[in-house]
Design a protein around this ligand. Sequence first.
Ligand code: FAD
Length: 405
Amino acid sequence: MQPEVIVVGGGMVGTTLAALLGEAGVAVCVLDARPGPVDGDAGRGQPAMRVSALTEVSRRLFAHLGVWSAMTARRVTPYTAMQVWDGQGSGEIRFAAEQAGVPTLGHIVENDVILAALEARLAELPAVEQVFDAQVGDLQHDDRGRRVTLKDGRAYSAPLVVAADGARSRLRTLAGIEAEARDTGHRAVVTTVRVALPHAGVARQVFLPTGPLAFLPLTMDGEDRYCSIVWSTTPDEAERLTGLTREALGVALEEAFERRLGRVEVIDAAVSFALAQRHAASYVSSGLALVGDAAHNIHPLAGQGVNLGLMDVAVLAEELLRARSRGAELGDVRVLSRYARRRRGDNAAMLAMMDGFRLLFGARHPAWQLARNLGLSGVDRLTPLKRLLMRQAIGERGRLPASCR
Ligand SMILES: Cc1cc2nc3c(=O)[nH]c(=O)nc-3n(C[C@H](O)[C@H](O)[C@H](O)COP(=O)(O)OP(=O)(O)OC[C@H]3O[C@@H](n4cnc5c(N)ncnc54)[C@H](O)[C@@H]3O)c2cc1C
């Protein structure tokens, strides 16, 4: 079958787009450089190191696609409250799901659990072909629209190619779309821990002078004493932390986290990732659309990256299906521009907000410290503003696509 859409990058964002289009009968080909599907045992045994905090809106999208139950059958951990405090002062804010009138604020889910459920769904859809071991080398125009050539010489053509190939998108470069990378001055140290005190379904984050440290709750075999760690810090400090023994890293985490969850036992290796913020100068050109990290790459301090990417593909699928029902060309830049217009503002606002947080909490001047204390505690008392921030955390911003309502 000739594809109508080629999705380059079968990560969480690309596979979600393929599922949305494939279930509507659009012929989609997903190309990914990975050697094969994710481990079938994802979500069983010890939690994987890479997790995502999914908003309620992202959960609704997965429920719409019929994949949420496959994720819960493996492992998901709901969180019903968020607690954020200033490690240098007294400011603190706490959001609880009941204040927003919702049962949960979101869920922590291992990335491989998300992907395993989506890949299984794609395998059921006759309109979708998944091709692994497919590293893209070139992108050209041809008489069907766009042609993607793999490093091994195989070639695929379609009216529309979607770049979902991550922050260092090869397709974005091949298409000549600029995306200035702004160094955040941070690397994220990631690992998994067991804590002495129950996390009670609360996602916690402390802002240290070097960057934010998050303890994201995970529950294994009914025990709420596991957390996924995302510690954003300077590159030197990240190197020092990843070089420590597990015991010494546990002590460093306990101290930095003010022992709020008691003793910390590190149960996995600690790995660090560079953190840059990028925003592509354009999301679309004729026969090409950028989605997810290929379009925007954001600091993980508010756990928004994949959620923004999921909103991109929900909106793009909605616009493509509407255009297709009218008989319009899927690669027509006027169709694609509707997607770009609906998504660019939300993504830009979130990128700017992350910059603001980082600068405010990285500042050591006493005036900034006062602002932080007054700000956090003030917001905590001001119910309407707090409710607005909570709706942001849940993902309810602007006009949502029908698949997410
Ligand atoms: C430490 C850390 C913590 C985070 N925590 C959160 C969180 O709590 N919540 C949240 O929402 N987000 C979080 N994020 C962000 C989130 O991980 C990303 O936004 C998300 O993974 C982006 O998904 P994607 O599908 O766009 O790209 P990716 O996950 O990068 O997937 C890209 C895919 O493209 C494939 N690919 C790449 N190049 C090629 C090529 N040339 N040819 C073919 N295939 C190719 C890759 O194999 C991969 O499968 C975090 C990020 C980091 C670094």
